[in-house]
Ligand binder design. Structure first.
Ligand SMILES: *Cc1c(COP(=O)(O)O)cnc(C)c1O
Length: 384
């Protein structure tokens, strides 16, 4: 199977010919509601779906105040079937795997991709292989992949090395279908985040996303440009792509600090965006340019402060997701945004995805203290 161009080695992209001016299928909900702009031709018998998408747009005074905006919307992608936005791409990619007659799916992942790929493959009757970079995966995400019955392969080195191993495997074995965001069908499904925002909230000025492999940034740009091309969009919302300071090669490039995207050794608490060599950067730069977007970078400290406020407001998210809110706060302070702007931040993953990162305290006690206490017999309980 080919995922890259034989001539330029760039990633392939889905191009829809003869798209109509309808982008909504009123008989469907969630991702497949936008079938006319995602995969108009696929037959229903191949589709593997679990009701993904159709996620809630939160508003919280507490979070808005912390950010400094009059109001900020947070799109809760943690409400998806396996707890992250990855399900939006996976429903389309696994459906395509079935259409192609593949026997197994394979992905390299630090977490959410593997959890999602494992679940959708299981539901679609396909074997799933997951390559895990050593010591770089959150326990809860690995637990999901195991529970959904995927075959786990531990590979030495970081995520970027696991990716190289994977590219070799799919090149030589036609029974395998690749589930990483190199797969252009995943990005087609992920466009539905933007479609939902446009359908449900109408005009917005900015949409912010955390940025790791840059699949979401790329998908967002493609969605906006397709809506524009069918005349369904007047003003184009500006994309804000937020990287973690310890994994920000795309930010450095956009800022003109490097001539190209130069891979870095990634280091951040936000494991879902701990990516040193983002595969989708060329598509992402197109997206940023098309939408007159902004790329920014936030520290782990800023990420964890945002997470603490989002969690305490009752919404909750995993660390990487909080970067999208931290980025808005930073840009507002820098004067790139106005406090009256209409902004949506995408909370990419569920709070339970990374409980080891929970830093909140209950009075004097940390989460770890409370876990330790759970071992203590009831008679010695500290609760009066
Ligand atoms: C995958 C993921 C990201 C990064 O998305 P990209 O499309 O790779 O930039 C961010 N947050 C969470 C929770 C993720 O699972």
């Amino acid at each position: 199977m080919n995922y890259t161009c034989d001539r330029c080695y760039g990633l392939l992209e889905v191009i829809h010919h003869d798209i109509k001016d309808t982008w909504i299928d009123g008989n469907r909900e969630g991702v497949w509601r936008y079938k006319p702009l995602i995969y108009p031709g696929i037959e229903d018998k191949f589709i593997v779906t679990m009701g993904e998408g159709n996620t809630y747009h939160h508003r919280s005074q507490k979070v808005s105040q912390w950010v400094g905006m009059d109001e900020i919307f947070m799109k809760q992608e943690g409400n998806n079937p396996t707890g992250s936005f990855k399900d939006r791409g996976m429903t389309v990619a696994v459906s395509e795997a079935r259409r192609l007659g593949a026997e197994a799916t394979i992905c390299a992942s630090t977490g959410n991709t593997s959890a999602s790929s494992a679940a959708y493959s299981a539901m679609g009757g396909l074997t799933s292989y997951v390559l895990i970079p050593q010591g770089n995966v959150s326990r809860s995400k690995l637990a999901q992949a195991v529970a959904y019955n995927s075959k786990i392969v531990n590979v030495p080195g970081d995520f970027d090395r696991a990716m190289d191993t994977l590219r070799q495997a799919v090149k030589t074995d036609p029974r395998l279908y690749m589930m990483n965001s190199i797969n252009p069908w995943r990005l087609e499904g992920q466009k539905s985040i933007t479609f939902e925002i446009m359908e449900k909230l109408g005009h917005v000025d900015f949409i912010s996303v955390p940025a790791g492999n840059l699949g979401n940034t790329a998908a967002m740009g493609k969605a906006l440009s397709e809506l524009k091309s069918i005349g369904a969009l007047d003003e184009i919302p500006r994309i804000i792509s937020v990287q973690a300071e310890g994994a920000n090669p795309f930010y450095r490039f956009w800022k003109g600090m490097t001539k190209s995207v130069v891979p870095v050794k990634a280091d951040t608490i936000a494991t879902a965006i701990k990516i040193g060599n983002p595969v989708n950067w060329k598509k992402a730069i197109k997206a940023i340019n098309f939408s007159n977007g902004i790329v920014t970078s936030v520290t782990d400290e800023e990420i964890m402060s945002a997470k603490a406020v989002i969690d305490a407001s009752g919404i909750g998210c995993e660390p990487a997701s909080a970067a999208s809110v931290a980025g808005v706060r930073k840009l507002l302070q820098e004067g790139s945004l106005d406090r009256k702007d209409r902004v949506v931040s995408v909370l990419t993953g569920n709070i339970l995805k990374d409980i080891d990162a929970i830093k909140g305290t209950a009075g004097e006690l940390t989460f770890q203290d409370l876990m330790d206490m759970a071992e203590i017999p009831a008679s010695k309980s500290v609760i009066p």
